[in-house]
Design a protein around this ligand. Structure first.
Ligand code: GLA
Length: 644
């Protein structure tokens, strides 16, 4: 069995953190050991490379055609994007997924395109091929071009859907079309030479080619000792997976001197990508593949909906591409299609159409182009919606917009109609002042004070733009601006999946095996307005509707856009199981210690912190726990607010 050398076991790490905590309290500031993950850095560490100020929009071939692709199909959808005005609305990426490759040329390792399907790629005799003619055409149409590869030697199609069309051909070596061993060569080819603007990098080649698989036993492909075990994080070599993706990130940086590119990390939530994907990719998949089934859509939704703090300008959560147009989201199911689209829009998912647009109805085109929903998704502030109400049947998501308005989606997951109440408090507006709502489906306007009621049909989503008087008049709660928060260290030492995540059928696997075990190990991650395990925030019986819930031994980076004060009431969350360890809350500004709480024990009343942050660009909110942990320790930054 392959050794897994590079994970620091939780108890070792705990001991280190405790030691570092002691040291840092004696000598606060950047002086703390560089390897102490809680030491302030004065930096924003989430990804800023590439060009993803807002979620990418466009089209991808996979959900529409799987790997049965050709130039005609791709250009047809590209043309329709332009002709219908969808491109002008923002749908500019045209991404070729699995199925474009023929082989890797053995004389020089250069990738060869399947010219039977992409005739414009013939640029000379024999196997001289280039996508430049195709990307030139797309660019001339005002579009952008995306390509697809795998981090291993072999592709997802080869490993999991070898019966699908257009698998690579030739010898074992010629069929090694993935990036492994060719990262710099391939990225240079795809970007510098062929002119692509985006790459999606899958991870099947480092997952499905163990010595005992049929593929390897029958000599279809070389063995690749798996780095990823989809069902066991403990048997996943997280550091090795991360290092391979970092190599791609570096090559993209090197071969795109203008920085104008997108890196789509496709690890389906495995490999603890929840913690590091945001530092590397412009988008990072949180779940296995979406299928055109309602329940699968719910699974993918659930893997992003509590991750608002883990996304923002530069790096977005990716619940996978849209399936509007097919199956449960087809033209006969526009309620479901609208819900799927609206949820992706408000949660800042990339809006990547996965439909053969030649078949699209005017109503479907209008849905993709809905100006209010696109604006919600593309809002420049980049704050993912936060759940304001959660239940198995109904969810309310609220998103803070750049101009202070709120987007709100009220979503009926179930099969029965529901009476719902939306209150001003859900929106963090005053409940004694008028709130005005614009319905983004109908354009109708209405007002209410306090609360209002709606009836939702099965699977329906209502979406509004709301304006009103802010409950916090002179600033914002930190939880309202999740795009400005980066959980650099979220304190999760033993990643586990969220038990509340709906489990769907995986399309290509069907119901063989024992069912899905969601890979997104995000349970216990930092959350807006909730404890890391989804409870309401509470310190010694005092409840906070606003605040940040995190685990002890966490460090959150916060961008300060000109605010003068940071205030919070802090303490250990009442949901804590491990009660014997006190914690200390520390606030740093550009690496300097600005405030430190008294050690807070379980059950102690909230302690108020009020810090001058004028001229500070990057705040760091750190919580250190003393001693050995017996269990994860939830803590509360209650009412944490940035004030003028
Ligand atoms: C994986 C990805 C999909 C798609 C296929 C192609 O399953 O998650 O989005 O790219 O591979 O084979």
């Amino acid at each position: 069995m392959r050794p897994l050398p590079n994970r620091v076991g939780p108890s070792l790490r705990r001991r280190f953190v405790a030691l570092a905590a002691g040291l840092a309290l004696l000598t606060p500031g950047v002086a703390a050991a560089q390897t102490d993950p809680l030491a302030p850095t004065g930096r924003w560490s989430a990804n800023t490379r590439g060009a993803a100020p807002v979620p990418p929009m466009g089209w991808n071939s996979w959900n529409a055609f799987y790997s049965d692709i050709d130039e005609e199909k791709i250009m047809a959808s590209a043309t329709i994007l332009v002709d219908t005005g969808l491109a002008a609305r923002g749908y500019r990426h045209v991404n070729i997924d699995d199925g474009w490759w023929l082989k890797r040329r053995q004389s020089d390792g250069r990738m060869v395109i399947r010219t039977d399907n992409f005739p414009s790629a013939i640029v000379g005799p024999g196997d001289q091929t280039s996508f430049r003619p195709l990307t030139d055409r797309l660019h001339a149409m005002g579009l952008r071009a995306g390509i697809y590869s795998d981090i291993g030697r072999n592709s997802c199609g080869q490993v999991y859907t070898p019966n699908f069309a257009n698998q690579p051909e030739g010898t074992v070596a010629e069929r090694e079309v993935g990036l492994h061993g060719h990262v710099d060569q391939d990225i240079r080819l795809y970007f510098a030479e062929w002119g692509f603007d985006l790459i999606k990098v899958d991870g099947c080649g480092i997952r499905g080619l163990a010595a005992d698989t049929d593929h390897v036993r029958q000599d279809h492909y070389r063995e690749f000792p798996p780095l990823i075990d989809m069902n066991a994080l403990g048997r996943t070599d997280i550091a090795a997976v991360q290092a391979l993706y970092e190599e791609v990130g570096q090559a993209l940086h090197d071969h795109n001197p203008d920085g104008d590119y997108l890196f789509s990390v496709c690890l389906w939530g495995s490999s603890n990508v929840r913690a590091w994907g945001k530092n590397l990719g412009n988008l990072s998949r949180t779940s296995d593949d979406i299928t055109p089934q309602w329940t699968r859509m719910l699974t993918n939704l659930d893997t992003v909906s509590t991750r608002a703090l883990y996304a923002g300008p530069g790096s977005w959560n990716d619940p996978d591409m849209l399936f509007v147009g097919s199956g449960d989201f087809d033209a006969a199911h526009m309620t479901e299609a609208r819900s799927h689209f609206a949820l992706w829009a408000i949660l800042n998912a990339p809006l990547i159409i996965g439909y053969d647009l030649r078949k699209a109805t005017p109503e479907q085109i209008a849905l993709f182009g809905n100006p209010g929903l696109v604006a919600l998704n593309q809002d420049p502030a980049g704050h993912q919606a936060v759940p304001a109400y959660q239940s198995s049947e109904l969810q309310i998501f609220v998103k803070t917009l750049a101009d202070g308005d709120k987007g709100v989606a009220i979503f009926n997951r179930g099969l029965a109609a529901i009476e719902t109440q939306l209150s001003a408090r859900h929106l963090k507006f005053r409940d004694d002042a008028e709130v005005s709502l614009t319905d983004l489906w109908t354009g109708e306007r209405q007002t209410f004070t306090g609360e209002t009621a709606f009836r939702l049909e099965p699977r329906q989503t209502l979406v509004f733009r709301a304006s009103g008087a802010r409950a916090l008049p002179d600033g914002l709660y930190v939880s309202e601006v999740p795009g400005d928060v980066n959980p650099a260290e979220d304190g999760v030492t033993t990643p586990q999946h969220d038990p509340a995540i709906h489990r769907g059928v995986i399309g290509w696997q069907g119901t063989r095996g024992s069912g899905e075990h969601p890979q997104y190990g995000g349970f216990g991650g930092a959350q807006a307005d909730r404890s890391p395990f989804g409870e309401p925030l509470r310190i010694a019986g005092t409840r906070f509707d606003s605040g940040i819930g995190a685990l002890a031994n966490s460090r959150l980076e916060v961008r300060n856009h000109g605010y003068a004060r940071l205030t919070a009431r802090v303490g250990i969350d009442d949901s804590a199981v491990s009660r014997e360890r006190p914690v200390t809350f520390l606030i740093y500004g550009d690496g300097r210690l600005l405030a430190r709480s008294e050690p807070q024990a379980f059950g102690a009343a909230p302690q108020a912190l009020d810090v001058d942050i004028r001229d500070v660009a990057i705040l760091e909110m750190v919580v250190r726990a003393e001693g050995e942990a017996v269990a994860a320790l939830p803590v509360v930054w209650g009412d944490a607010a940035l004030l003028r």
